[in-house]
Structure formats: structure tokens, C-alpha cells
Write a protein that binds this ligand. Structure first.
Ligand SMILES: [Zn+2]
Length: 404
């Protein structure tokens, strides 16, 4: 056989194994007969693949009464509690580390200040933090992967950072560096895109295949899920909703343009607006000394007009940008995450109205706008990247046939 043919045989094995694993994960407990039927694989192949998955503890057998009565039937289900992964968020001046089992249960968390420094020192400090986090939990762990999520842009396919807003990591092959240092498969990705996938696997968009998630914090980002997958997340980042221009006469954005959505609705922008109005003597319950998003939402809900006006204007701008997403992607659900969700009763209906005025009726009719499930879990997106690598075969293959 030529090299190409060998690669193809491996690929076919990976595709078939992951198809079987995916079926057991999504439909289990499921019988081997049913797997063969749904996957179009020969029963002998299904038996062989499930034997391998059983040997590696990735699935287990369950005995139960067959629906036809009489004899006991055997079904298969995935094992998720016994496998662990470390998810790291390389944030803005902060490092969040979490340990999860594959079910999504957090089994340990830490946050460390992580100041910027020259690239070599930064990478050494990152490796040291992760190694230390793992070392202190090493007993009784079955670690299968590490994931690193971050704001900015990444090339997940190459494991490369394209741009990080806080650290000098441009063009760094981060996945390869960490894999070498820590001996684990490493998956990297943008934090918001990964969060959208986490919502699809474990959270508020589990029930649909097409959704859009918008996150409003320091910046404004989005993740698009189409047919159960992140739209274009492997090689090139997309959905930079924060840089849609909503006010041609708006403030200058860090991207160089003027009036980007981010300059109008990110947390700092809203607090700046409140500060400015208070300084000009606008009557309000808001205390300029203790101005936070939580306070802004609290006062708006308590009827404070200034707080309300600020959130309403933000909702209209967000809705304007979201309407574009709805027209382009026709999602089944829109998810929002961010501090302004605390005032969802004010914000969500206005976003809905703006979408309604600016998108196709058949696209927005009955479109739910909901709060994302994971509002405060900084690292959950990393769990989704590992789960994806398992379901799509890349990580599954590494567990079944570790490379020497
Ligand atoms: Zn911009």
C-alpha cells in the first residue's frame, strides 16, 4: 500500500469509530443492532468497534429487559465520569483553570492573576501553572486532554494563536508547545465560539441544531452553531459581531473604525455613558462611586430612568446587529450572556423587537431569545472543545490508538 492508502485506512477507521461513539453518546442506551442500522455499518464492524471502545472504558454495557419481553437485552452507553480534562481560559490578565469530568461536572477550579510578559517567560509561566494544577490533582485522575480558550483569534486546526488582546502570542503554535511540555492532546479555540458549542452540548441550545450566542462583556462576540457545529471555527474565526458599525458618528473602536457595536454596548461603554450623564447632573439613584453593571441593572429594574435608558439603548443596538445575524443564519434560538442579562426583562424584549423590525418575518417568528445557561463558568467552552474532539474522532482515535 502507498502512504496515501494507509492514511485513508486510518481515516476510515476514525470516521467509523467516531460514528459509533457519537450514536452511543447521543442515543444511548442503544443496542448493537440499532447502531448498525443507524450507521449503515456492517454488524461485524459495529461489534469490532464497540469491543475496542469497551476495552478502553469509553462505553459500557447495560443489561435490561428487551421490549419484546422474554430474554435480557444488552445496550451500550458512554462512560463520562471516569475521564477528566483540564480547561484553561487565558483571559485578560487572568488565568482560569478547571478540571472537569466528561459529563461536565467541575472537579476543581483555580484563578490566578496572569500579567503580560515577554513571550518566552509567558509561555513558561503558562506551562508551570498548568503542570502545577495537574500535579496537585494527579492521583486517581484519568486525564485525556487539555484545552485552552481565549479572547481574540485562533486557528484551531493548527493549534495556533492569531491574536490575543492581552498577550504577545501572535502566530504562536500554542497547542504544540503545550503538548510537548505536558504530554497531553491540546485543543485551542476562541472563548465565545467554544461557549456557543458548550451551550449546544450541555446548555440552553441542546434542543436545536442552529443557534447564535452573543456575549457582552469587555467586548462583544458571537458564536454561530449550524447543524450542531461551530460555524467555521477550525481554521478561521468568524462572527465578529462587535465590529458591526451601528453608529457612524460613534466613538473610535480599538479596531480602528468608528461606532462599532462594541463601543456602544460593551460593559465599559455602558458604565462610561452612565458616568458621563451623572457628571452632567442627570438625576438618578446610581452612585458614581459604586458604578458597576450589577448596580446599573439593579437600578434599571427598580425603575431608575437613567439606568433604564442606557440599557434600552444598548438593547436596540444589540438587536440591530442581531437582526443581521438572523437574516444571515436563520437560527432556531438566540442566546445571550453577559452582565446585562441581569436586566433581561428590560433588555430581551427590546432586542426581540429590533430583530422583528429588521429581519425576515419567517426567520424571526417564534424565535426564542434566551439567557445562556453558563453565565459564570469561564472555562466550560474548553470542555466543549474536548467533547467535540471525542465525538468527531480526533481525540477518540488518540485514546484508542495512542501514538508512541
Ligand atoms: Zn471595531
Amino acid at each position: 500500500m502507498t502512504r496515501g492508502q494507509i492514511a485513508n485506512v486510518d481515516l476510515v477507521k476514525q470516521v467509523n469509530s467516531s460514528a459509533v461513539y457519537r450514536l452511543i453518546d447521543s442515543q444511548g442506551p442503544i443496542s448493537r443492532v440499532k447502531i448498525a442500522e443507524l450507521s449503515n455499518l456492517a454488524p461485524a464492524s459495529v461489534t469490532k468497534i464497540t469491543r475496542t471502545l469497551l476495552e478502553h472504558g469509553l462505553i459500557r454495557e447495560m443489561e435490561h429487559q428487551a421490549s419484546t419481553g422474554g430474554r435480557r437485552a444488552i445496550s451500550l452507553t458512554t462512560v463520562t465520569k471516569d475521564f477528566h480534562l483540564v480547561s484553561v481560559k487565558l483571559g485578560r490578565g487572568e488565568l482560569n483553570l478547571s478540571l472537569y469530568d466528561l459529563e461536565g461536572t467541575p472537579c476543581g477550579r483555580e484563578t490566578h492573576p496572569f500579567p503580560s510578559q515577554p513571550q518566552d517567560a509567558l509561555l513558561a509561566a503558562l506551562c508551570a501553572h498548568i503542570a502545577d494544577f495537574i500535579a496537585r490533582r494527579a492521583d486517581k485522575l484519568n486525564l485525556i486532554a487539555l484545552s485552552v480558550i481565549m479572547p481574540g483569534l485562533t486557528d484551531a486546526l493548527r493549534g495556533q494563536v492569531i491574536y490575543h488582546p492581552s498577550y504577545p502570542l501572535a502566530q504562536v503554535e500554542l497547542a504544540a508547545i503545550l503538548r510537548k511540555a505536558l504530554g497531553l492532546p491540546v485543543f485551542i479555540g476562541n472563548d465565545i465560539r467554544a461557549l456557543a458549542l458548550a451551550e449546544h452540548y450541555f446548555g440552553a441550545s441542546r434542543d436545536c441544531l442552529d443557534s447564535v450566542l452573543v456575549s457582552v462583556h469587555h467586548g462583544v462576540g458571537a458564536g454561530i452553531i449550524t447543524e450542531g457545529r461551530i460555524f467555521k471555527s477550525l481554521g478561521r474565526d468568524v462572527a465578529e459581531i462587535g465590529h458591526i458599525r451601528v453608529d457612524p458618528l460613534g466613538d473610535r473602536c480599538h479596531c480602528g473604525n468608528f461606532g462599532c457595536l462594541e463601543t456602544m454596548v460593551a460593559d465599559a461603554a455602558l458604565l462610561r455613558q452612565a458616568q458621563k450623564m451623572l457628571a452632567q447632573g442627570y438625576h438618578s439613584q446610581l452612585d458614581p462611586q459604586r458604578l458597576t453593571m450589577a448596580e446599573l441593572c439593579r437600578c434599571a429594574l427598580a425603575g431608575d430612568q437613567l439606568a433604564r435608558n442606557i440599557l434600552e439603548r444598548a438593547a436596540e443596538h444589540l438587536g440591530q446587529a442581531l437582526a443581521i445575524m438572523v437574516n444571515l443564519f436563520n437560527p432556531q434560538k438566540v442566546l445571550l450572556t453577559g452582565a446585562l442579562c441581569e436586566a433581561e426583562n428590560i433588555v430581551f424584549p427590546l432586542i426581540g423587537k429590533a430583530i422583528e423590525y429588521q429581519s425576515l418575518p419567517s426567520f424571526h417568528q417564534g424565535l426564542p431569545i434566551v439567557r445562556a445557561h453558563f453565565q459564570d463558568d469561564q472555562t466550560i467552552g474548553g470542555l466543549a472543545l474536548v467533547k467535540r474532539a471525542l465525538l468527531e474522532g480526533e481525540l477518540l482515535q488518540l485514546i484508542i490508538e495512542p501514538k508512541s
